[in-house]
Structure formats: C-alpha cells, structure tokens
Design a protein around this ligand. Structure first.
Ligand code: HEC
Ligand code: HEC
Length: 224
C-alpha cells in the first residue's frame, strides 16, 4: 500500500507545483505592457541628443539649454509641469486641437514613454527669468493678470495660473517668464480657434482685444 500512496502524493505535489508555476507566470505583467516610471535621465538624453536611429531631432536645438530657449520664436519649456508638457506633445501628435507643422512632425516620432521622460526632465529644470519690455502697457497688463477684465467677464489670469505665474501642477501651466511673442501668439491662436485644446482658454481669449493680449503677454514675460 505504501508505495502507491507515495506515488499518488508525488503526482499531487507535481500537479500543485505546476499550477502554482502557472499562477506566478500569469501574475507577471505581459512583456511590453508594463509601464516604466518616467526617467529624467532618459528624458535629458532625448532632449539633448535626440535619437538619430529613430529620426528624432534634439529638442535643445530650438528650445535651448535646459529648456530655456534663447529665441522668442521657441517657447521656454523649463520648469513646466510634466503633465502639461505631455498633454501638449500628445495634442500635437494627434494633430487636431493644436495643429503645428514643426511640433506635429517631431511629436509623431515620440512614444508615450519618451513624452513622460522628457516632461519629467523639463519639470526639474530651473526656468530663466524674462523681462517686460513695454513700460506703457505694464499697468494694463498687470490689471488684467491680477483682476481680469471687468465688463467682459474675463477672469483674472492669476486665479488659475497663480499670482506669480508658476501655475498649479496637473491643472494650470506655468506661464511666467515666457517670451511675450509666444504668449501673444498662443492667445491669438486660442481666440481664432486654431488652438482649441482648452475650453477655458478659448473662452477667455475670445473676449480679449489685440491691445489687451499684447499688454498681458508682455507683463507675463516679466512676472516672477
Ligand atoms: C525646429 C525647432 C524645434 C524643435 C527641434 C523642437 N521644437 Fe518644440 N516647439 C517649436 C515651436 C516653434 C513651438 C511653438 C509651436 C506652437 O506655436 O504651438 C514648439 C512648442 C513646443 C511645446 C509646447 C510648449 C507649450 O508651452 O505649450 C513643447 C512641449 C515642445 N515644443 C517640446 C519639444 C520637444 C520635447 C522636442 C524634442 C523632441 C521639441 N519640442 C523639438 C520648435 C521646435
Ligand atoms: C479658469 C482657469 C484659467 C484662467 C482664468 C486663465 N487660464 Fe490660461 N490656461 C488654463 C489652462 C487649463 C491652460 C492649459 C490648457 C491645456 O492643457 O492645453 C492654460 C493655458 C494658457 C496658456 C498657454 C501656455 C503655453 O505654454 O502655451 C497661456 C499663454 C495662458 N493660459 C494665458 C492666460 C492668460 C493671459 C490669462 C488671463 C487673461 C489666463 N490664461 C487665464 C486655465 C486658465
């Protein structure tokens, strides 16, 4: 009798062992679907060198060292909240709500992981300060920024983007220190409907005149 029992036990143990192995395999995430945490070092490498094998141009060529672009034609990206940067790259890639020939082409080559990595890298950089250039409109710019536009129901920019323009992570982007030319162009794009990736900003910009847009954009450049 004894050997029979032991054989049965062995079979049982092997069966249990096999099904346990099966369980632990099933619990492991399938290869390729596991989401890695964003990696700032990978983001920096992509930002500074691009990825020639995949045809990705270095971002640094236009957006400058650490995201502090030295030319008004290119927005500063430094210190921006990662979630905002990722959203913009996805919107450019989708090509619908923020169509742009240059960034549409570049973002098309980026994976979600690239976007998260570069977003985290940029969030960790220290933004360079800017300056307001037009003395004559500073007061109007500040009034709009801090108090909105009475009579047009334009809300104060400070209410969302915060008094010093650093925004609120995951909700409102940093806008202070940005090139006035870029800010002006974005407000005009929201107003015309060319950029339509924010219902809130479309509503606000649609009520602003050219003079008001220019004044607040210049004020924001010097905000800190
Ligand atoms: C050839 C120049 C050029 C290169 C290279 C370039 N960009 Fe841009 N980028 C621009 C321009 C111009 C804009 C403004 C487009 C617009 O008006 O929407 C922009 C806008 C952006 C914005 C939106 C900023 C905001 O405040 O909403 C992000 C984010 C961005 N670029 C990230 C990148 C990343 C990441 C790379 C590298 C993979 C890159 N860019 C490479 C020219 C460039
Ligand atoms: C109700 C909240 C709210 C108010 C008030 C507001 N904004 Fe915004 N703003 C946003 C949000 C949200 C975004 C980001 C949209 C997105 O995710 O694409 C944004 C984006 C922007 C951008 C684009 C930034 C970039 O890097 O491209 C600019 C410029 C801007 N706002 C300027 C202003 C100005 C100027 C005012 C005041 C006249 C203002 N905002 C008031 C919520 C607000």
């Amino acid at each position: 009798m004894r050997p029979t029992i032991s054989v049965t036990l062995k079979t049982l143990l092997i069966t249990v062992g096999l099904s346990l192995a099966g369980l632990s395999l099933a619990a492991e995430p399938a290869k390729g679907t596991a989401k890695a945490a964003p990696d700032a070092a990978k983001g920096e490498a992509l930002y500074s060198n691009g990825d020639p094998k995949r045809g990705i141009v270095a971002c640094i060529g236009c957006h400058g060292s650490n995201g502090n672009s030295g030319a008004a034609a290119y927005p500063k990206l430094s210190g921006q909240h990662a979630s905002y940067t990722v959203k913009q790259l996805k919107d450019y890639k989708a090509g619908k709500d923020r169509p742009n020939a240059i960034m549409g082409a570049f973002s098309a080559l980026l994976t979600d992981e690239d976007m998260a990595n570069v977003g985290l890298y940029l969030e960790k950089q220290t933004p360079s300060l800017g300056t307001a250039k037009n003395k004559a409109t500073i007061e109007l710019g500040q009034k709009i920024y801090r108090g909105g536009i009475a009579g047009k129901s334009v809300a104060a920019c400070a209410g969302c983007h915060s008094p010093n323009g650093v925004g609120i992570p995951a909700q409102y982007p940093r806008i202070s220190g940005q090139w006035a030319e870029y800010t002006e162009a974005q407000l005009i794009a929201y107003r015309s409907g060319e950029r339509k990736n924010s219902v809130q900003m479309s509503a606000i910009a649609s009520k602003m005149s050219d003079v008001e847009i220019k004044a607040v954009a210049d004020y924001i450049a010097g905000l800190r």
